[in-house]
Design a protein around this ligand. Sequence first.
Ligand code: ADP
Ligand code: MG
Length: 723
Amino acid sequence: MLGHTARFRHRLPGVARESDINDASMPKLSDEVKYLKGVGPARAEVLAKRGIISVEDLIGYLPFRYEDRSHFSQIADVVPGNVYTLRVEVLEGQAIRYSRSSRSVYMLIVQDESLRRLHCRFFHGGFMEGRYKKGQQLVLHGKVDFDPNRPARLEMINPQVETLGPGDSTEVGRIVPIYEAMGAISSRMLRRIVHQALGALPPDFPDRIPADILKRHGYPNRREALMYVHFPPQEENIEKLNSFRSPAHMRLIFEELFFYELSLAMRKRNMQQTAGIAFRVREPAIREAVKRILPFKPTGAQKRVLAEIAADLEKPAPMNRLLEGDVGSGKTIVALEAATIAIENGYQVSLMAPTEILAVQHFLSGRRIFQKAGYRVELLVSGLKAAPKREVLANIRSGKAQLVVGTHAVIEEGVVFKRLGLVIVDEQHRFGVLQRKQLIDKGRMPDVLVMTATPIPRTLALTLFGDLDTSVIDEMPPGRTPIETRMVTDSGLPGVWDTVRREVENGRQTYVVYPVIEESKIELKAAITEYERLSKEVFPKLKVGLLHGRMKSDEKESVMEKFRAGDIQILVSTTVIEVGVDVPNATVMVIEHAERFGLAQLHQLRGRIGRGSEKSLCILVAPKNLVGEGRERLETMVRTCNGFEIAEVDLKLRGPGEFFGTRQHGVMGFSVANPLRDKEFLELARRDAFELVEDKVNPGALEKLLSKLDVTWRRRYQLAHVG
Ligand code: ADP
Ligand code: MG
C-alpha cells in the first residue's frame, strides 16, 4: 500500500519513467477497477454504483477539497470559530448513551504536540464504539469552537477524521487530496486506489481538446492536469486548489463544458441543415390575419419576439426556439399569433400544456381569440369520454382541427395529425426533452416553440437549452399595478380573513392556497377541511369553492368556469392553479404554510394575481419562529416580484442540481464543472465550440477532433453519429 504512494511521490507530477510503463503490473486505462490492488468485488460494486467501472473512470473522480498537511495548526493556537486541520493523538474515545432516548453521542478526546486537549462530539455516533484506540494518530478537519456548556473547553462537532497508519508519512507533510467517501470506501482508500490508477496514464495520453485552443487559454494538457489535481505539487496555493482555480482544474472544467457545448452546437447545426417547412409570412393576407386576432395592442417586447419567431417560421430549417417571459408577461398571445401564421399556411398546430387546467385555459382563450378567424380549436385531454374523444381524434386526422390544445394526451399513440406544422410546448420545465421529441415526430419536421415562465438565469439557459434559440419578453403589459406581498404569522389569520372579506365585498376575487404537494390523502384532507371551515364558519355569506388535483376533470373544469364567471368569490385550492390560470379579477391570494413551498412555486402561484389594473395583494402565512432557508424564501418574495431575481436566489439556495427538479438531473450531471460557479468558462467553452462547428476559422478541425475521440466520450456527449 505504502509502496504505491511513495513511488508516485517522487514521480508525480512529472512524466512516467520508461521502466514503469513496461511494468506488467501497471494497470491500463481500460482495465476494470476491480483489478486494482485493494479494490476487490465488493468495493468494485460500490464504485460501479457511481458509474466508475474502468480505471479511466476512476481517474475522472476528482478530490472535492485539499488539506495542507505540510504544517498543522496547533490546538494551543486555534482561534475558536474557525476551520482547522489538526494532527492529533487519541487519548480516549467512547459512546455515551443518553438514558431517555436511544440516541447516543460518540466522544473522542485527543491532544496534539502542543499538549492541549480537544473534545470531538459525533452525534448519533454510537456505532463508532471501539473505532479509535489510545495512542492512535489522526488528522481532524472541521470547525473548532468553545463547548457552550463548558466555555473553557475546545471542541469539534462531527469533524472529518482520517487515521494515519503507524509511521505513515506519505499522507502528511504535503498537500493531500480529500475525496468524497463512497459508502464504506473512505477518502483515504480512494486516495490510494486513485494514485494506483494514475499509473495507467501513458506519457502520450491523448488530449481531446485541440492544441490551438489549449494554447490560447494556456491550459496544461490532459495528462498533466489529471496528475496535478490528484496529486498537487507542494508549492501550489491551497486556496486556488480549493476554489478549483488551479490551471489544472480550470482546464478540466473547460474540457467538460467544451464538449457539452460542442454537442449542443452540433445538434443545432444538424437542425439547421434539416429540411423543414418554410412558411409564408410576408403576404398581406397573412399579416392581416395575425393583426385581426389581436384583442389588444401588443407590447414592444411582444412585437419583437413575434418578429423573431416569424423569421424562423419563414426559413426552410425547422424552428427550435425558447420563448422566455415572466408569469403574466403575455406569452399566450404571441404563441397564438405564431399559430395563426401556420394555420393560414394550411398547417395544423398543437399546443401542449403540462396540466389539464392549463390546457383548458389555453383551449378557452384559443377558442375565444380564434372565433373571429373561424379556426377550429379542439381540446384533447386524458379525461375525455370515449365518444367526444373519437370525434376529436377524427378531426385531427382529417385535418379539420386546426389548433389542438392538450396535455400529454396529444403525444399518445392514437393521435395522428394530417399536417402538423407547428408545435408549441408551454411550461417547458414540466416536460422532458423526450416528450418534446415525441410530439415533433408526429409531424414532418414541424417548427417548435417552447414557452417557459421559469426565469432561467442566462448562464443556465445557455447550458441547458443551448441548442435552442431564445426570445425573451422582458416587458409587462401596460396598466399593471405591482403586487404587494406581506408575511403574516398564524395568529394574524383573523385579520387576513377580514381583508379578504373586504376585498370580496368590493367585487374582487380571492385564492386561498394550501400546500398539497404530493396530493397525499392527509394533506388533501387539510385543504378540504379548511374549505369546510372557511365556507361555513369564516365566510358563511360568501360563495366559496374548492379545487384540487384529485377531482374529476369535468368537476375541475366547472369550478374554474364558475370562478372565471365570478360565481365563486373565494377559491380554496391546492397548487393545481399554479400554472397559467388567468382570472384578472382575482386580486388577493392567501398562501397558507407558505414556508412549505419552493421559491419558484411561490412565484408561479403569485403570478395568478396582479393580472389586471387593480392593486393586488399576496399574503404569505407562516409560523412565527420561522428561520433559515424558509425565512429567506419568504423574505425574497416580499422584497421582489422580479422573476429573474427570484430565480437567482432560488438557484443559490437549492444549487443547480435541484433547481430543475430530478428530471433534468442528467443534464446537470457534470462531474467537475458547476455551471453556477464556472460561468466564465461556460461562455469561453461555448464560443470555442460554436466556432469549431461553424468550421470557418479553422476548416477541418472539427472532423479531426471527432475522428480522434474515443467511444466513451462520443457516447457521453452524444457525438456519435454527427459530424
Ligand atoms: P403568460 O406569459 O403568463 O402566459 P398571459 O399570456 O397569460 O401571460 O397574459 C397575461 C394577461 O395579460 C392575460 O390576461 C392577457 O390577456 C394580458 N395581456 C397580454 N398581453 C397584453 C397586452 N399587450 N396588453 C394588454 N393585456 C395583455
Ligand atoms: Mg402562460
